[in-house]
Design a protein around this ligand. Structure first.
Ligand code: SF4
Length: 316
């Protein structure tokens, strides 16, 4: 039996990356082994921008499937690989194109759609935003509109409503949520983490419920949390109220900081479906490739670009 060493395995990955002229983009929640070899690690907004700016023949998007779709939307002529198509996002499944069409008729307001949604739904949106851009986008729209529709995360909608009280934010559907943030970045786990780490600042994602956000020191997206550590005290102590993978990224960026996940149970099983083995197989076979019907892709791409433009992040 020929046994391949881990070094040989990683060498093979390097050769494939070069041979395919590929760029590997990984989300902050992905396993450490992939974060370590990725060309770039970031949140969905950063990944979308990097995907649009990438000078590569092949983009490998290591995240859940709506993220791979966004990379394809912004790179229609390039090969976009998503090593595990079964890695979906339960939050994205809360909203359908039909729901948005009927909400627009009922409420007569622009639709701000969270990037955690599928391409066919994005095609019905006015603007696609991420947790890093949603608040800024809503504030801009509030200069022109009294009401917006926000979908599909009810907690993010509620957070925007709290920050921009003069704007009516209608959540579609009423119950859309991410199970990791809703149930594991809850008030209970935030309180428990505070008791375990009394000197730590507690940073919470806006997808967390209101009562958990209210007892946090800071509310922000994953990239905003990481920046907060850098700006506040890179040697300080922090509890991160989001998926546990971000703690690894934060510790890597700030090795002198003490960083803890709010609970080690805060695991997105879909993000963890992406493994190094699947990544190597995908680069070897150039499968599975992301494909989006052209009519949907055109409308969805325009909504993503309008969303980036609204917050001044249109890719170069
Ligand atoms: S952490 Fe939540 S929102 Fe993010 S991919 Fe997993 S299920 Fe979706």
């Amino acid at each position: 039996m020929i046994v391949e060493t881990t070094k040989e395995f990683l060498d093979k990955l390097e050769q494939l990356r070069r041979r395919r002229r590929a760029v590997i983009l990984a989300h902050n929640y992905i396993i450490p082994e992939i974060q370590d070899i990725a060309d770039f690690v970031g949140d969905s907004l950063e990944l979308a921008i990097k995907a649009a700016e990438a000078e590569a023949d092949v983009i490998v998007l290591v995240g859940v499937n709506f993220m791979a779709e966004v990379a394809k939307l912004l790179n229609p002529d390039r090969i976009v690989l998503h090593p595990e198509p079964q890695a979906g996002c339960p939050l994205a499944s809360f909203v359908t194109p039909r729901m948005l069409r009927s909400a627009k008729q009922e409420y007569r307001a622009p639709v701000l759609l969270y990037v955690n949604s599928y391409a066919a739904t994005k095609a019905e949106a006015d603007y696609v935003v991420t947790s890093a851009s949603a608040l800024q986008a809503a504030k801009k729209l509030s200069r022109e509109y009294d009401r917006i529709i926000f979908s599909p995360d009810r907690n993010l909608a509620d957070w925007i409503q709290e920050q921009v009280p003069h704007l009516e934010v209608v959540p579609i559907p009423r119950h859309g949520h991410c199970p990791v943030h809703e149930f594991l970045v809850s008030k209970y786990y935030v309180m428990r983490a505070r008791e375990e780490h009394p000197n730590a600042k507690v940073l919470v994602h806006p997808e967390a419920p209101r009562d958990a956000r209210r007892i946090a020191d800071y509310v922000g997206s994953t990239s905003q949390m990481v920046r907060y550590i850098g700006k506040t005290d890179p040697r300080g102590e922090y509890v991160l109220g989001t998926e546990e993978g971000l703690a690894y990224r934060a510790k890597k960026l700030y090795p002198e900081a003490k960083v803890y996940p709010v609970t080690p149970r805060a695991v997105c099983i879909n993000m963890k479906k992406l493994t190094l083995d699947k990544l190597v197989w995908s680069l070897e076979t150039l499968k599975p490739q992301v494909r989006i019907p052209s009519e949907i892709a055109k409308k969805a791409r325009e909504a993503v670009e309008r969303g980036l433009e609204l917050v001044g992040k249109k890719p170069k």
